[in-house]
Write a protein that binds this ligand. Structure first.
Ligand SMILES: NC(=O)c1ccc[n+]([C@@H]2O[C@H](COP(=O)([O-])OP(=O)(O)OC[C@H]3O[C@@H](n4cnc5c(N)ncnc54)[C@H](O)[C@@H]3O)[C@@H](O)[C@H]2O)c1
Length: 383
């Protein structure tokens, strides 16, 4: 049982605390910290863990591993301080906002002989892993083409403090892109180059929930991005990301191979149903994943997205459990610094391409993570 601390006790923290207790057998969250004392106090009380200052959690001898759940534009400084304390660091996505900072985190981890990991871990779930198995088994042939889409009216309709989504470091690419690009790199391998167009439809957004309901947030960044990605494998994928769409009817990820088509479920979730067609113009065959370890429904939610199921599987934290297992065995973790740096490179290059209106060749490479089998994930789960 590795003793784990959490820095950043906001909106997403609860699912990490909850899932760590309920599902995973190799780590225990024992303390939490936040720059806002009341935030860490409420989690410390709810989950009966120690409330510490950020400095104290970094210095704590019992804690070997810290989960960084702060906002994106401080991920770098917080992860850096964790690694400098010679503790393993797993941060929420993205790894950092700047590519060079992400690179520095990987170097620091290597120099200090500790691991670095980064969300999303949704690609370890039943939906994306089933897609991976189908592609590895050549069910739809070699993937040649595809399309991805993430379009919502904007997180300010539910998030009580949505400012960071509309500031430098936010936006649909850096916020939601990690789910889609991590899933795609896991399915198709690394990206070679990207080309994009960007725009912002609204200058201001209105907070729709919480104490600040009705307040306006200024938009400093592009909120819609349309890109083309060329993968090293030769696959061409068109990507649509937007916080400006009131409603739509597009699928999350569709992949077209030279022997069939595959509709991959939401990469922001762990389960979901796949659709496969292996005859020209034929019927879709439905492939459920709700019987699998990381696909079983465990959450009911009302989501504004039309293609979102009301019941979903959420096993956030499995990336932490997988990383702790990798640390124990001295092998590479799947939600690795290398993978998240490549994903950051994709996202940074997409935005840069849109800004400067030119094709960008990526700076980084990465290996495809190994397939994550039921047998393997079962070893990390409580019986
Ligand atoms: N909210 C979600 O549904 C969701 C889902 C998946 C991933 N994420 C990711 O999780 C991260 C956090 O998102 P959130 O929605 O929980 O944000 P949030 O604003 O609700 O919470 C962030 C917390 O971090 C604290 N914090 C900020 N800077 C800090 C610092 N330097 N040191 C210590 N604490 C600091 C804040 O006080 C706050 O309590 C983001 O990277 C986001 O992309 C969020």
């Amino acid at each position: 049982m590795m003793k784990v601390g959490v820095i950043g006790c906001g909106n997403i923290a609860d699912i990490y605390f909850k899932n760590s207790k309920q599902y995973f057998n190799n780590f225990e969250i024992v303390a939490c910290a936040d720059i806002k004392e009341e935030a860490s106090k409420s989690f410390a009380e709810k989950y009966n863990v120690r409330q510490l200052s950020v400095d104290d959690i970094l210095a704590d001898n019992e804690i070997e591993f810290i989960i960084n759940l702060t906002i994106p534009n401080v991920h770098y400084e917080v992860s850096k301080s964790i690694l400098e304390s010679k503790k393993h660091s797993y941060s929420e996505k993205p790894l950092s906002i700047e590519f060079d900072d992400g690179k520095k985190l990987n170097e620091l981890a290597e120099n200090n002989n500790v691991y670095v990991g980064c969300a999303p871990d949704t690609f370890l779930g039943a939906g994306i892993q089933t897609a991976r198995k189908l592609i590895d088994d050549n069910s739809i042939g070699k993937v040649q083409l595809g399309s991805i889409s993430m379009a919502v009216p904007g997180h300010e309709i539910w998030h009580p403090n949505p400012d960071f989504y509309y500031q430098y470091g936010g936006g649909p690419i850096l916020d939601m892109g990690p789910y889609y690009f991590t899933a795609l790199v896991n399915l198709l391998g690394p990206v070679a180059n990207v080309e994009s167009k960007i725009k912002a439809v609204y200058e201001k957004r209105v907070i729709g929930n919480g104490d600040r309901k009705g307040q306006e947030v200024k938009v400093d960044i592009p909120t819609s991005i349309i890109s083309h990605l060329e993968f090293k494998s030769g696959a061409l994928i068109d990507a649509f990301f937007s916080f400006d769409v009131w409603k739509h009817n597009k699928n999350h990820i569709e992949l077209y191979g030279d022997k069939g088509s595959l509709n991959v479920p939401d990469p922001n979730m762990f389960g979901g149903q796949l659709l496969q067609c292996t005859s020209k113009g034929g019927e879709w065959e439905s492939i459920p994943t709700s019987h699998m370890n990381l696909g079983k429904y465990n959450i009911e939610k009302n989501h504004e997205r039309i293609n979102e199921d009301p019941t979903v599987a959420n096993y956030r934290g499995v990336g932490v459990a997988e990383m702790i297992n990798a640390i124990g065995k001295g092998i590479k973790n799947r939600c690795s610094g290398e993978l998240s740096l490549h994903v950051l490179d994709i996202m940074d290059s997409i935005l840069e391409s849109g800004k400067n209106n030119k094709k960008i060749n990526l700076r980084s490479e990465c290996e495809m993570p190994q397939y994550f089998s039921e047998e393997e994930n079962n070893t990390l789960l409580k019986g």
